[in-house]
Ligand binder design. Structure first.
Ligand SMILES: Cc1cc2nc3c(=O)[nH]c(=O)nc-3n(C[C@H](O)[C@H](O)[C@H](O)COP(=O)(O)O)c2cc1C
Length: 170
């Protein structure tokens, strides 16, 4: 699958099969995150791969949806802000860096036939507690990772280019 095809057909998946993900496939998906660009190449990301049913269950305190824990894997994307680049005006880039890595992971997963659903509406304190994440580390996003048990058409409900692109001036 080409990159554009993956971008066009990827959808958020909220129903998963129980089928396990083999180690090579999981590694490839994580490798896609590792290869992402980051500001000043600081790579301020860490990923927690959750497969233990007990840990998964405790993550439900952070995001209580049955489908969230039904996939064989949950990937938790974290940032170490002190490692990240900061712009001269103080703007911090860790969230951008980790999000780019996560999107690489999402698209590589789709290319492998795996579904994901970016989760942003979680309780960060509960998630940190469930995973033993240290105080200086932030959780940016989480996603279930597994083979889809639902099929969805390609992305369609997006604003047209005419509404979102400006040429030369706003
Ligand atoms: C930053 C971000 C946060 C999101 N948070 C959630 C979430 O907490 N729960 C959820 O079910 N979906 C979440 N989503 C998925 C969006 O709802 C979904 O991407 C959007 O509706 C477009 O649908 P599609 O991904 O199938 O194209 C999130 C997506 C993004 C990019």
């Amino acid at each position: 699958m080409g990159v554009f095809e993956a971008i066009k057909t990827r959808r958020s998946i909220r129903r998963y099969k129980e089928d396990l993900i083999d180690e090579e496939t999981l590694r490839k998906v994580l490798e896609a995150a590792r290869l992402a660009p980051s500001a000043a190449n600081r790579q301020p990301w860490r990923f927690i791969v959750v497969t233990d049913p007990i840990v998964k269950r405790s993550l439900r305190k952070a995001y209580d949806k049955e489908w969230f824990t039904s996939a064989p894997v949950i990937v938790v994307a974290c940032a170490v802000p002190e490692e990240a680049w900061v712009r001269r005006d103080g703007e911090e880039y860790w969230k951008v860096d980790v999000s780019i890595a996560m999107q690489n992971l999402v698209l590589a997963a789709w290319d492998e036939g795996l579904g994901t659903c970016w989760i942003g509406a979680f309780d960060e304190n509960e998630a940190k507690q469930a995973l033993g994440v240290p105080p200086n580390v932030r959780i940016v996003a989480m996603t279930p990772l597994g083979y889809p048990a639902e099929t969805k058409g390609p992305v369609s409900n997006r604003k047209p280019l005419s509404e979102i692109v400006h040429y030369n001036h706003w």
